[in-house]
Design a protein around this ligand. Sequence first.
Ligand code: SF4
Length: 206
Amino acid sequence: MTVDDDLPGALDRLLREVRACTICASHLPLGPRPVVQAAPGATLLIIGQAPGTRAHESGVAWSDPSGERLRDWSGIDAATFYDPAQVALTPMGFCYPGRSPSGGDAPPRPECAPKWHMPIRAHLAEIRLTLLVGGYAQKAYLAGRATLTDAVRDFGSAPSGLFPLPHPSWRSAGWMRRNPWFETDVVPALRARVALALARGGAVRD
Ligand code: SF4
């Protein structure tokens, strides 16, 4: 970090740099369009996978049924979720990565998180809780976990300040049926942790 990085507006300058990024443009079928949200006062950080086509078009992350499910699990309303002064959104890949040959979206581009996560995180000094949403975020931030299901079931032993979650895509409905402890044990704990993280003044849904 340079001296200039400590001045007010440094995060804005960094985000302008992110939004001009073309590092992996040759791999992006729709071209670069980083979808990221952050401001210095945010207390909750959500690390998901990568934008889908809808988020690529709108520039708004989690503006789909997956986002609604994530907000429901977390107990926060859309106004709070999209307030960068409360919630930062930094997926593992900031741009839509295209389709996988086996169906579904391709994995987040591997260049992205190593390039941008630490510089952005350096400006987010108030973060109290980080949600690791899906296997890619957990692989990057929870070394040594055998499976996503184990990591989520064992959420209480995650390193301080980290909370692993499944990806809230339509596939999660079947996963939740197979793992009923998620709704009975994990979701209430998640809502309590999120409410605590946002307690400085954020709106917490009942
Ligand atoms: S995915 Fe990340 S590294 Fe690749 S162009 Fe977008 S912002 Fe840059």
